[in-house]
Design a protein around this ligand. Structure first.
Ligand SMILES: [Zn+2]
Length: 282
């Protein structure tokens, strides 16, 4: 799933490839995209130059020379691709923009959940977004929104008004990094814990940026995400998974759960036994 580092990388590629180019033709290739990008909106893009790419959290704006913007959100599986006008379209192509230098910008999305929408001059999609985790006002705003929050900490982290740009992967990674139980009630975090979690969020996002925003499921670039049943990188306990609000969270049942650390675990004792991952998934 594209999260902040992946979307930052996508916006950088977009900036290099299309700023300064004009749109010759625009097409929506999937019915779901036509909701935000109808025939009239598509036709209105023709002849307009792309003057800038703005990106905040997981939102991208292709700013046009008349002040309007094409707002793109990848949701679960979107990405950009670049080829030549007239090339065969990949199966997952959902929108195509022919540009004045003969190149073509494609929105690829096997799940067809990405959205594109033409925004009028001056409009932004950023209204309800919380501060960027790297901004100076983040820690105070983060503490305030968690204190107001009902329910567990993990779903709170997915709320873009709480931590802009953090999604399911980096939320799980940050909680592991901060040794925090994803099921903890958000409002019960102490000031120190809030800071520890804010630092952990920045740390995992920084790591994501350092790997140039390339995420690969199934490879262990992550400490807990997608590693259910594998040993915890810190304490060797098999990683477990919990489902909250329809999203799953991988976590370590020992080093992220303070009570479990104090309780002696039956059958453990530093032997090789504790290294064997759980045999079967349910
Ligand atoms: Zn652990």
């Amino acid at each position: 799933m594209p999260e902040l580092p992946e979307v930052e990388r996508a916006a950088r590629r977009l900036r290099r490839a299309i700023v300064g180019r004009s749109i010759v033709a625009a097409r929506a290739l999937h019915p779901a995209l036509k909701r935000g990008l109808g025939t009239r909106a598509l036709a209105s893009l023709r002849g307009h130059r792309i003057v800038a790419i703005d990106q905040r959290a997981k939102h991208q704006l292709l700013v046009l020379d008349d002040g309007r913007a094409i707002h793109a959100h990848f949701r679960m599986a979107g990405d950009w691709a670049f080829d030549r006008a007239g090339d065969d379209l990949p199966r997952s192509a959902r929108a195509a923009f022919d540009l004045d230098d003969g190149s073509r910008l494609l929105l690829l999305d096997p799940r067809a959940l990405s959205t594109l929408k033409v925004l009028p001059r001056g409009a932004t999609p950023f209204g309800s977004l919380g501060p960027d985790p790297f901004s100076p006002e983040f820690d105070a705003a983060f503490a305030a929104s968690l204190a107001r929050r009902r329910g567990a900490i993990k779903p709170a982290l997915l709320d873009q008004s709480v931590a802009a740009g953090v999604g399911n992967i980096y939320a799980a990674e940050a909680l592991w990094e901060a040794r925090m139980d994803p099921r903890r009630s958000a409002a019960t975090l102490s000031a120190d814990e809030v800071l520890r979690l804010a630092d952990a969020i920045r740390e995992v996002l920084r790591r994501g940026r350092a790997s140039r925003g390339r995420y690969r499921d199934g490879q262990s670039r992550f400490r807990v995400y997608g590693r259910e049943g594998e040993p915890c990188a810190r304490c060797d306990t098999p990683i477990e998974r919990v489902v909250q609000g329809g999203r799953s969270t991988s976590f370590c049942p020992v080093c992220q759960v303070p009570d479990a650390r104090r309780r002696p675990r039956a059958g453990r004792g530093g032997s090789a036994l504790s290294r064997s991952p759980r045999a079967a998934r349910p």
